[in-house]
Design a protein around this ligand. Structure first.
Ligand code: KG4
Ligand code: ZN
Length: 347
């Protein structure tokens, strides 16, 4: 259908960020343009619990969704009637949170008589790299966030397969739990460790090499090692040195598996997406691998598109729109892999 332009309204509400975006693309294009996007973080809501409280997150989505929608409509000067489809994340995630965004998209679809598109959150993270860059295929993609750590072989926009994953905590979860152990009060703690590590010595404390079969990863043992180190060193512990050493150990394990995956799949290019793709140690190490010739190229989305956002949902939805991959109003949401960062409301 060359020449046909599509506007898609996309919603993301799978965890603790409420986000709405409008993308527009010519159906002969591979990737649409992100016309506008808005995000409302809930970090302040969950900070004091040290993790995402599902009941509070879904209430906050209810409050934040319509202001985000109004913002993108205002910025684009578009009306709801001008949308060609409505899309929302349907899995995986916290069910009570997914339901807010997905039900909103369903209602818009029914009211404006437009197709409904359901998006997989991890596949949307994969699509986030196309927002500003055009990486050459094939490549190895590491989806590294608070809820997921997975390796994908990507051969084309719609052609990819998962080849590795974590056996326990996601790497972002290991950063967040580690930050708590280290005494940082902000949630999420990943950026806190990253910041503290800038002035620390990554060789100050020794962490063992993590051994896991194949392309599987495991981050929870490093967290226990961090706990033991703090117990052993007590008040003598140097926070920035320990943060730098812990961060180096987490990133080393991820890079070991990336290196193995590159060899096994005969790949030379790496893409990182998800919140942990913002990490400076990971970015520096990939730059070193490029300088040494181990990889040809690496890419990541701009920092604002690494963490959860609806722009990436819009890009994936556009791919589904092109192939008429629509769902019915009876479609459901799924929590296929539950983010372990979730916390219960304290009694
Ligand atoms: O992608 P995202 O918004 O949420 C999930 O889909 O889970 O990622 C959030 C995660 C948190 O665990 C946070 O600590 C981590 O990304 N993160 C970082 C950094 N910035 C965010 N981890 C390490 N270094 C950073 N600079
Ligand atoms: Zn995510």
């Amino acid at each position: 259908m060359p020449g046909k332009i599509a506007n898609i309204l996309a919603i993301e509400s799978s965890c603790d960020d409420t986000s709405v975006a409008i993308v527009r693309g010519n159906l002969s294009d591979d990737i649409p343009q992100v016309l506008a996007w808005a995000v409302q973080s809930q970090d302040e809501v969950h900070s004091k619990f040290g993790g995402v409280v599902p009941e509070l997150a879904s209430r906050a989505h209810l409050l934040n969704l319509l202001p985000c929608l109004k913002k993108v409509l205002h910025e684009t000067d578009l009306q709801m009637e001008e949308m060609d489809a409505f899309a929302a994340t349907s899995e995986p995630g916290l069910v009570s949170c997914l339901l807010i965004g997905h039900t909103a998209a369903k209602t818009f679809s029914l009211f404006y008589d437009r197709p409904l598109i359901s998006c997989h959150h991890i596949h949307a993270h994969l699509a986030s790299v196309y927002i500003r860059t055009k990486p050459d295929f094939p490549f190895l993609a590491a989806v590294v966030s608070g809820g997921h750590s997975s390796l994908f072989r990507v051969d084309h926009y719609d052609q990819f397969s998962q080849i590795g994953q974590t056996l326990d905590d996601a790497i972002g979860e290991a950063f967040d739990k580690g930050a708590k152990i280290l005494g940082f009060s902000q949630f999420p703690g990943g950026p806190e460790i990253d910041r503290a590590a800038q002035t620390g010595d990554p060789a100050a404390y020794k962490f063992g090499k993590v051994q896991t079969p194949d392309l599987n990863m495991s981050f929870s043992g490093l967290k226990s090692e961090l706990q033991r180190t703090i117990k052993r060193e007590g008040l003598e512990v140097r926070q920035s040195d320990l943060a730098a050493s812990y961060q180096a150990a987490l990133i080393r394990h991820l890079l070991d598996k990336i290196d193995l995956a590159l060899s096994r799949e005969s790949l030379k290019r790496v893409v990182i997406v998800g919140g942990v793709a913002r990490n400076s140690e990971l970015r520096n190490k990939l730059e070193q691998l490029k300088a040494s010739g181990r990889i040809e190229e690496w890419a990541a989305p701009p920092l604002e598109f690494c963490t959860d956002n609806a722009a990436m949902v819009g890009v994936l939805a556009f791919r589904h729109f092109k192939s008429k991959n629509f769902v019915g109003l009876d479609s459901d949401v799924k929590s296929t892999s539950r983010p372990k960062r979730e916390r219960r409301v304290p009694q």
